[in-house]
Design a protein around this ligand. Structure first.
Ligand SMILES: NC(=O)c1ccc[n+]([C@@H]2O[C@H](COP(=O)([O-])OP(=O)(O)OC[C@H]3O[C@@H](n4cnc5c(N)ncnc54)[C@H](O)[C@@H]3O)[C@@H](O)[C@H]2O)c1
Length: 301
């Protein structure tokens, strides 16, 4: 599907990104396996994970190069894209997958916890995307895949930093799709559900939490990869600005905000009229204060 394409996968030293890199290489892509080799909280660094995935790809007869720069700063993110140009002479696809978590209830979240997560997910995806954008424009082709999350699309406890970043990526993706459509550049999001070390940080203090984690364990990262490979291929030339979710053998097309219902008065509104007329009329379409698990409430297929 992606024979000869050069694809950068960030955070590809483990979890979902590793399976993206393996699947892309198996389908003929030359892969930049980027990973800082950091902890789930973003502490420390190691070249080991990226190099190990490169070895796996080479052992299977594929082509790959390791990159251990961080996505979180402009200069190092530019080096990740440069790595593709230096080794393979071009870049055709970017998968913004690197990520960390610093979960905390909002009323206890520190500036550092907010910053660290926004920097890796939102700034990181911006920096890497931006570094590739000029090349995509010049060659009049390119595809972005950004990893979002139902934590942002729907909601979860204790993830204000992560949810804000992940929903922002949907806006980033849509903007890239609009701005770069004239250069045949596409941009889509995937909200994955998969058992990885990142999910390993979900607390299992109550039987309800334990049951939720047991359910997630059935979903392997490899199940996400086929959609990413497809979105990076020419077969997806008509697919852009979409948000998908993947959960085991299920693929979802997610909705994007559009007006649900409207009210109008020809002479305008007072706050009291809003209370008495507008809200009762709109209330029937209110979106409930639910969490990801409330919406994806059935066992993965
Ligand atoms: N696992 C899930 O169910 C799930 C759900 C929703 C979204 N996601 C998203 O999918 C992506 C992959 O998550 P995962 O579950 O495989 O987690 P993971 O922790 O296994 O993988 C993330 C990788 O990113 C790397 N990384 C972190 N900071 C980096 C940086 N600054 N520069 C380069 N690499 C960096 C880490 O070293 C790690 O190998 C993330 O964006 C995550 O938010 C995962």
């Amino acid at each position: 599907m992606v024979e000869g394409k050069v694809v950068v996968v960030t955070g590809a030293g483990g979890g979902i990104g590793r399976d993206f890199a393996l699947a892309l290489a198996a389908e003929g892509a030359k892969v930049v396996v980027n990973d800082l080799g950091t902890s789930t909280h973003g502490e420390g660094a190691s070249a080991g994970p990226a190099q190990q995935v490169v070895q796996e790809i080479k052992a299977a007869g594929g082509e790959a190069v390791a990159s251990t720069d961080s996505v979180a700063e402009a200069a190092s993110a530019a080096r990740i894209v440069q790595c593709a140009l230096d080794h393979f002479g071009r870049v055709d696809g970017i998968v913004n997958n690197a990520g960390i978590l610093r979960d905390r209830f909002f009323h206890k979240m520190s500036v550092d916890e907010w910053d660290a997560v926004i920097k890796v997910h939102l700034y990181g995806s911006y920096h890497v995307s931006r570094a590739a954008a000029n090349h995509f424009k010049e060659q009049e082709s390119g595809a972005y895949v950004h990893m979002t999350s139902t934590s942002g699309l729907v909601g979860n406890f204790g993830q204000a930093n992560y949810a804000a970043a992940k929903l922002a990526l949907v806006g980033l993706s849509k903007s890239i799709a609009l701005d770069m459509q004239k250069f045949n550049v596409r941009s889509n999001c995937i909200a994955p559900f998969a058992w990885s070390r990142m999910i390993g940080s979900i607390p299992t203090d109550t039987p309800e939490q334990q049951a939720r984690v047991d359910k997630i364990k059935q979903m392997t990262p490899a199940k996400i990869a086929p959609l990413a490979v497809y979105l990076l291929s020419d077969a997806a030339r008509a697919v852009t600005a979409q948000v998908f979710a993947v959960r085991n053998n299920e693929i979802f097309l997610m909705s994007q905000p559009r007006p649900l219902r409207s009210v109008q008065r020809s002479d305008g509104w007072t706050p009291q009229q809003i209370a008495e007329h507008a809200m009762p009329a709109l209330r029937a379409s209110f979106v409930p204060l639910d969490r990801s698990a409330d919406v994806f409430s059935w066992d993965p297929v």
